[in-house]
Design a protein around this ligand. Structure first.
Ligand SMILES: C[S@@+](CC[C@H](N)C(=O)[O-])C[C@H]1O[C@@H](n2cnc3c(N)ncnc32)[C@H](O)[C@@H]1O
Length: 207
């Protein structure tokens, strides 16, 4: 069960509403903010074996999936995942897509060699619970590879604090989450941290 079924219901409706426009709305940010580079970095690093993508959305990462590992793409929103299915179909190779809540993943313990998420823990209603689930399904010694935006320092962070109630209500993502702290609170150990865009967008490797 998610921490707040109402919160999860709201997130689901919001993301399903945005599914049709998501790729177009976010396209300008891909290169400008370094997301493309981040996606490339993550998928160059995924191991062979079984890999779970949490919050795969419209499947932007599918273009970066390497041929070797078995990658399971999951999301809460059927609308978002339907877009991912179209992209997966175009690439062929029978990708597995699973509708499941990050806060209550439908997988057994230690099922995956790595777990990947890009721009997801800004949106999961209870990110600590989601990251605990990630830890649960990860094999011992496996890696969690994340590309996340988070609360930056300085005036931008203060501005994001002001904007967050409106942006999160209208769009879904929170602008000011302290995701590195949350990763640690979920019992994971951060082993690598790289700046993609200032201290706002980061690549994180945790175990
Ligand atoms: C900002 S989008 C990112 C999508 C994709 N990872 C990308 O890089 O474009 C956030 C995604 O997280 C998903 N999401 C939000 N809450 C979730 C939850 N509790 N469990 C699984 N996915 C969730 C949304 O449906 C949405 O697809």
């Amino acid at each position: 069960m998610p921490t707040s079924p109402e919160g999860t219901g709201r997130a689901l409706r919001r993301w399903s509403r945005q599914a049709r426009l998501y790729d177009r709305l976010t396209a300008p940010m891909e290169r400008m903010l370094g997301f493309e580079r981040g996606r490339e970095w993550i998928f160059a690093r995924v191991p062979e074996g079984r890999v779970l993508e949490v919050g795969a959305g419209t499947g932007k990462n599918i273009a970066y999936y390497p041929a070797g590992p078995v990658i399971v793409a999951s999301d809460l929103s059927p609308g978002m995942l339907a877009r991912a299915a179209e992209k997966a179909g175009r690439r062929g190779g029978g990708r597995r897509l699973v509708l499941t809540d990050a806060e209550d993943l439908a997988f057994r313990d230690h099922a995956f060699d790595a777990v990947v998420a890009t721009c997801v823990f800004c949106s999961v209603p209870d990110p600590r619970r989601g990251l605990r689930e990630v830890r649960r399904v990860l094999k011992d010694g496996g890696e969690v590879l994340l590309l996340e935006h988070m609360r930056p320092s300085g005036w931008l962070g203060r501005l994001f604090d002001l904007l967050d109630p409106i942006v999160s209500r209208v769009m879904g993502p929170h602008l000011n989450r302290r995701t590195l702290d949350t990763i640690r609170e979920a019992g994971l150990v951060v082993v690598e941290e790289r700046r993609v865009f200032s201290d706002w967008i980061k690549l994180i490797v945790a175990r």
